[in-house]
Design a protein around this ligand. Sequence first.
Ligand code: SAH
Length: 347
Amino acid sequence: MHEERTDLKGMPLVELEAFLSRWGKERYRARQVSRWIYQRFAGDFAAMTDLSKDFREELSRECRISVPGVEKVETSSDGTEKYLFRLEDGEFVESVLIPEEDRRTLCISSQVGCALKCGFCATGMMGFHRNMTSAEIVHQVCFAVKRLEERGERLTNVVFMGMGEPLENQREVSKTIAILLSQFGFGLSGKRVTVSTAGVVPAMLALAEEFPVSFAVSINAPTDGLRSGLMPVNRKYPLKELVAAMKRIPLRSGRKVTAEYVLLGGVNDSEKDACSLARLLKGARVKVNLIPYNAHEYGDFTSPSEETVDRFRDVLLAAGIQAITRERRGGDIRAACGQLRRAAKSP
Ligand code: SAH
């Protein structure tokens, strides 16, 4: 049966205010509803006891609060958790919760599949199924926050580094960010919300104007020749444009942009590559996050040795560029960077 009631989940506050104003309701009603959805995880309107009974009944008739099912929860030996959600049309997406000493970071998906076809990424191999709605994107956060709360913990960071290219789903991602940052939503600071992109330049600049969030850019290669071979999106937005955009963003936010660099054995991991990368990023306020390739059955790249990774990092450091190697988390449950993949139907 087609669901005709309006889903209130995923609506930013301004939209919720406009929507509720049709009942002639005061503006603060939207704030109350928003708190119920994102801070108290109400599953229905009956629970919203600070709204009148009549209003709750009206809301129940015309609106709903969607809750995607959780199909599976896996826990890695290092404490990383992976959640598999079943969306209403039967598609599946994954999110990963990465606990660290003083942080709890949730890595969320924004698309079912991805159209960008980066050669090393398992999500890219499954092709593009569809964009996720803001309700579906934000639900990943609701689920994790609630789960953490139950064990007395708090979510501290959200990164758009799961399945999909967030900047190819800018509208729904923007709505989600509005809820993440709202004091009537999750109340996160923009510093703690990171949008990771393969380099969709115009959307990145537009989003940086809209929200004070952090950015991570998947650079992955120091030259256009190499990068276009690995990431077809580079043909549309080549490195020169991408790096220029990375230089513009911190001027507004005052914050460094993260440059992510997947190290693929024998492909982009030589000292020469490191020198070219250092030259490319010269003068940009960036910190480099090196990610040794995580193997999966859809790719035939290899991971570089530890010495190679260290040598690459040291070249960057010697050139005065901040660089760290990202620790591999959740590899045993296929939750590491680039391993998320879920086809339609069976999990
Ligand atoms: N589309 C966005 C969000 C995905 S984030 C983006 O490209 O940034 C996923 C991060 O993991 C990206 O930096 C990507 O380059 C990296 N990645 C993809 N496949 C990987 C793999 N197999 N091993 C390690 N990192 C990978």
